[in-house]
Write a protein of this length. Structure first.
Length: 366
């Protein structure tokens, strides 16, 4: 099957290997799996994740949920604050057809959800987001019990659980020890859930974890659910932090890019610029220690260190011996925003490209 470059190719054999490994982790620990589909935004892959043990899926935005629901996925959690009258109305509409769990991180936003649900005669399942160290959205950990108590008393809302995203943080600092990061995240949230239940608030789910920490969070008593995303494909961030013990051989999604210029011995130019690969992760910084905007498979001497919109500049300490028209395989540093740059991805088995999936939720960020 002929493909134009740049494009993304998904090795489905590796995808299934990665899905099986996470399913085994969850079965061993008895923890539910609700993968974050912002990684791929592809309904067919979300359904495959459910075939491999997922109890439901996680999305970042309401529009992603609407797309996934339109493809028949009927258990969705939106791990992003639900605010605004129009979005609350869309959430109510969606909840009439599927199980849709929303989230909030403060009483004030929950009041607005409650008001609109009461007006519509509806009830929305809600989770309270807790900040355990990432310092973005989420009620401060020390205020979470009081906030949960206030939210639980609102009409039109069923406070179903609590959740957090902490990443690789231990005692407030980034740390490469995934085990102690994951265990501390799980223990913090499990202890918080107990304190909330002591106030006679019968929350069910304690949802935590990411691809690097999920396997360790899942083993903590009281954690009911993990939400890894990148594990389906893996990328250089996961390889460099050994998430799920992965190596470059486990990476399922690569960019095919073509060499377009070799007229200078110190640089080769490829057709993969910043419109084709993510640039959101800083280079040379702890904990990922990324040396370029992607890793060229089979060419450790090359560094993709400079990008413009349509050009990627490869450099090396030695003369570069590439040919114009040569096809290179690139592992992105961060696959999630990279996928969102493409209308479709190509599928491969046994080294042969055989089909493609549309990235149906591409650009669904509202």
């Amino acid at each position: 099957m002929f493909v134009e470059t740049p494009c993304i190719v998904i090795d489905m054999d590796k995808v299934e290997h990665n899905l099986k490994r996470m399913d085994e982790i969850c079965k061993t620990t008895g923890c539910h799996l609700r993968p974050h589909v912002k990684t791929h935004k592809i309904p067919e892959l979300a359904k495959l994740q459910m075939q491999y043990g997922a109890n439901g899926i996680t999305v970042a935005k309401l529009s992603e949920a609407e797309i996934m629901a339109s493809y028949g996925i009927n258990d969705i959690f939106m791990a992003y604050p639900l605010i605004g009258e129009s979005r609350i109305q869309r959430a109510i509409t969606l909840s009439k057809n599927i199980r849709f769990i929303c989230s909030t991180d403060c009483y004030e936003s929950a009041v607005e959800i409650s008001r609109q649900c009461s007006k519509e005669g509806a009830t929305l399942e809600l989770r309270l987001e807790v900040d355990t160290g990432m310092h973005r959205t989420g009620i401060p950990y020390e205020n979470a019990v009081e906030e949960a108590e206030k939210i639980a008393g609102l009409p039109g809302i069923s406070l179903e659980g609590i959740f957090t995203f902490r990443g690789m943080i231990y005692n407030g600092k980034t740390d490469l020890d995934r085990k102690k990061c994951g265990e501390q995240e799980g223990e913090m949230m499990s202890a918080l859930a107990k304190r909330i239940r002591d106030y006679k608030i019968p929350i069910q789910d304690v949802s935590v974890g990411s691809t690097p920490t999920g396997e360790f969070c899942a083993a903590v008593d009281g954690v009911t659910e993990i939400r890894p995303g990148t594990y389906i494909f893996q990328d250089m961030m996961q390889v460099n932090t050994h998430a799920c013990s992965c190596t470059m051989d486990d990476v399922a999604a690569v960019i095919l890019s073509q060499v377009v210029s070799t007229c200078k011995p110190e640089v080769a130019v490829i057709d993969c610029g910043c419109k084709s690969i993510s640039t959101d992760v800083a280079l040379g910084k702890f904990p990922y220690d990324l040396k370029g905007y992607g890793t060229i498979i089979g060419h450790p001497e090359l560094t993709l260190g400079r990008l413009s919109e349509e050009h990627g500049m490869l450099s090396s300490d030695a003369p570069i011996h590439l040919q114009t028209g040569e096809i290179l395989k690139i592992i992105p540093n961060h696959i999630c925003p990279t996928i969102n740059l493409y209308d479709h991805v190509y599928l491969m088995r046994n080294g042969e490209i055989y089909g493609r999936y549309n990235v149906a939720a591409r650009g669904m960020n509202y």
